[in-house]
Design a protein around this ligand. Structure first.
Ligand SMILES: [Zn+2]
Length: 352
């Protein structure tokens, strides 16, 4: 049998010389190592041999098997390498062919407005702060001069988790948190953008979820003049250099005095059109001087410190700026709506 094994090995060496592809290599592997191979036959024949022959022949079978496995493996590596090399030389890349178009997203119009406002206030020395959207009744209402049972709470009905925990109706709790954390350190100059929630029925101008940006400044000797100057800068930056602003008396529980702020119409310049409903002015935000009760509750002596606060809705600003007539468009993820801002954004970058 030893002679037969040697003969098999010579035959294998001969055949190996002719293998020049991976598929031929595989055929050879099946022929020499597979279930119906000679090697397998020899192994089965071992049981008919004497113990002494078994040892010798068994060793010869194993050696041959190892030799075949090793040489097949070595050849496989070489063949794979040369196949890769020939692929690399044959497949040339034509760099003049047009590429695959990549779909890139754009910044959501609300995010865009929020980013612009943040950038403006950061340039005026403000910090941008964030706070929890699930808030306590204490921070959302009571510390803002809206005790339980206050009639003005009705205008801000919310989603309650418990009697004391709710989805915030405004970003003002961030102002409370900031004042409490600063312990009479001044100045405080912050804006707080974020999501807010009210139990409104959704229609063209109301959404149960919307965005707010509030601002707060607290220091010694802060007056209404500081508020006016700040909001004028804001109006000109967002709606054009020619904009003027107008204050109208109003009521908010957390400010005294309270005002509504209008800007001169950017569409007609004040002559009257359908955007400003003929008045020449557009209501843009609410503001006022921080109520002494709020200052006192938040740990600031209202005799020494004063401050102003303002709050605006980026949705409303975006609707005015882009002529959008339904607030729900911002939330329903209709690509036909959102894709329009691709063009707006490109024009924007082109301008700036
Ligand atoms: Zn107008």
């Amino acid at each position: 049998m030893l002679e037969e094994i040697l003969e098999l090995r010579r035959k294998y060496d001969e055949e190996l010389k002719n293998v020049n592809s991976l598929s031929l290599l595989n055929d050879l592997r099946v022929n020499y190592l597979g279930k119906k191979s000679k090697i397998q036959e020899f192994s089965e024949g071992l049981r008919d041999l004497s113990n002494e022959d078994k040892k010798e022949v068994g060793k010869a079978i194993n050696d041959t098997k190892n030799y075949i496995e090793y040489s097949l493996n070595e050849l496989r590596i070489n063949l794979e390498l040369s196949e890769l090399n020939s692929k690399l030389t044959n497949e040339k890349i034509d760099v003049t062919l047009p590429g695959t178009k990549l779909n890139s997203g754009i910044v959501h119009p609300i995010t865009r407005v929020v980013n612009d406002i943040e950038e403006l206030f950061i340039s005026m020395g403000y910090d941008v702060l964030d706070g929890p959207e699930v808030e306590s009744d204490l921070y959302n209402f009571e510390m803002l001069n809206l005790p339980k049972g206050h009639p003005a709470r009705d205008t801000q009905d919310s989603f309650y988790i418990t009697d004391e925990i709710l989805l915030r109706t405004q970003t003002s709790p961030v102002q409370v948190r900031t004042m409490l954390a600063n312990l009479e350190k001044t100045p405080i100059r912050i804006i707080c953008p974020g999501k807010t929630y009210r139990k409104d029925n959704d229609d063209a101008t109301h959404s149960h979820q919307f965005t707010q940006i509030e601002g707060l400044v607290v220091d010694e000797n802060i007056s209404m003049a500081h508020l006016k100057g700040t909001l004028e800068v804001f109006a000109k930056k967002m709606f054009g250099e020619e904009r003027e602003i107008r204050f109208r008396p109003s009521y908010f529980p957390f400010t005294e005095p309270s005002i509504e702020v209008d800007i001169s119409c950017f569409n007609c310049g004040g002559k009257g059109c359908n955007i400003c409903k003929g008045s020449g002015w557009i209501e843009i935000l609410g503001a006022g001087m921080v109520h002494p009760n709020v200052l006192n509750m938040c740990g600031y002596d209202s005799k020494k410190y004063s401050g102003f606060a303002f709050g605006m809705g980026p949705e409303r600003i975006a609707m005015l700026k882009y002529g959008i007539n339904d607030i729900r468009n911002f939330y329903i993820n209709d690509m036909r709506f959102l894709n329009q801002f691709d063009k707006v954004e490109k024009e924007w970058y082109h301008e700036s």
